[in-house]
Design a protein around this ligand. Structure first.
Ligand SMILES: C[S@@+](CC[C@H](N)C(=O)[O-])C[C@H]1O[C@@H](n2cnc3c(N)ncnc32)[C@H](O)[C@@H]1O
Ligand code: SF4
Ligand code: SF4
Length: 327
């Protein structure tokens, strides 16, 4: 028997606190390797030690009760190349969404300049590639912080295009990045999701605390005009339903209308998980579920060919999962 964790064996997160192979919020503190000296070498050494332990059915204390730790017959069927890279090595943003899951770190201060992360990710990606550690099916994700703020973001996308690594990008859409439509047009598994969360400038300002509603609309329109038509579904617009702010059908209707008017074809309804966990004992407020389902029905009524994000927060019981993460 052996133990196995796909994040440990196949993932890297470049977080602003350090580099890690761990995917758990409550444990990651134990696994961050500081951005000092040869970070990749240090990372690989630490990771390999833990993998060897797990190959022999051992385990380090902080992995013991992790939901990602699997008991397997034989670990040699798994390989240790990197299949997933999460990039998130900076902690500033150009807006201040009051719901931001990272708000304790950003302190909701607004940055208007492009920034450097803690290290050059591009340099490290090239090193990993040279060392033969990147799987051919590698995917690169930017799911934390605002990636378009990062000075080297365009070059990271160019690297991904060159090596045919798809990217999934989450952005607030305030800044336009010219390489995003290029990757979306060349790789069907690449996605851009933009959190607009409002159908009007006034509501947008309350949520994001910047007056950039029409900048985002302009940028999305431009992205759509530059993405190859057959991949236009790979741009998703997100609406996080926020209690007391945008939780009404009028705002949702306006959001859908403005999205449709600029050519959006894929819609991502979402819920504010931190509030829901803290206030509804790990179940979702029925009013939020009603609005969530309203978005799904309305989008399909407008055009049956429109799509909804594959990830369904309600059906996937994201709350239960997140509550485990956030505890
Ligand atoms: C931290 S953000 C980073 C990406 C980008 N800056 C953005 O806002 O889209 C990661 C994703 O989580 C979502 N998110 C952040 N805080 C959330 C919360 N409390 N509840 C639900 N979704 C949240 C954002 O909408 C975004 O899609
Ligand atoms: S704590 Fe969980 S996710 Fe992190 S390395 Fe251990 S088993 Fe993997
Ligand atoms: S845009 Fe994203 S990273 Fe920035 S404050 Fe909003 S949720 Fe947080």
């Amino acid at each position: 028997m052996a133990k196995h964790c796909e994040y440990l064996n196949n993932g890297i997160t470049f977080h602003h606190k350090g580099i890690t192979f761990c995917n758990t919020v409550w444990n990651a503190e134990n696994s961050y390797i500081e951005y000092k000296g040869n970070v990749i070498k240090n990372f690989i050494e630490k990771r390999n030690k833990i993998i060897s332990l797990m190959d022999n059915d051992g385990c380090i204390p902080y992995c013991t009760n992790c939901l990602y730790l699997k008991q397997v017959e034989n670990s040699s069927i798994f390989h240790n190349k990197i299949k997933n890279i999460e990039i998130y090595h900076w902690n500033e943003c150009n807006c201040a969404c009051y719901y931001c899951s990272n708000r304790n770190v950003t302190k909701l201060k607004i940055t208007n300049k492009k920034i450097n992360g803690q290290i050059s990710i591009l340099k490290n990606l090239k090193e990993l590639k040279k060392a033969g550690l990147l799987d051919d099916n590698l995917e690169i994700h930017t799911h934390g912080g605002e990636p378009t703020l990062l000075k080297e973001f365009g070059d990271i996308i160019k690297f991904a295009i060159k090596h045919k690594y798809p990217m999934t990008i989450l952005s607030n859409g305030i800044l336009y990045e010219k390489n995003i439509p290029k990757i979306l047009s060349r790789m069907p598994e690449s996605y851009l999701t933009i959190s607009l969360d409002a159908g009007t400038r006034e509501t947008y300002k309350k949520i994001k605390r910047v007056d950039k509603f029409y900048d985002v609309i302009k940028n999305v329109k431009r992205y759509i005009s530059e993405i190859d038509d057959k991949f236009s579904y790979n741009l998703l617009m997100k609406y996080i339903i926020l209690k007391g702010v945008n939780d009404n059908k009028e705002e949702i209707d306006k959001w859908i209308d403005i999205c449709v008017s600029i050519g959006v074809k894929n819609f991502f309804p979402s819920i504010e998980f931190i509030y829901e966990i803290n206030n509804h004992n790990n179940s979702i407020n029925p009013n939020i579920i009603e609005l969530y389902n309203y978005i799904k029905t309305k989008v399909k009524e407008i055009n049956p060919k429109f799509r909804l994000s594959k990830y369904d927060f309600v059906e996937e019981k994201i709350l239960k999962y997140q509550s485990y993460n956030i505890r």
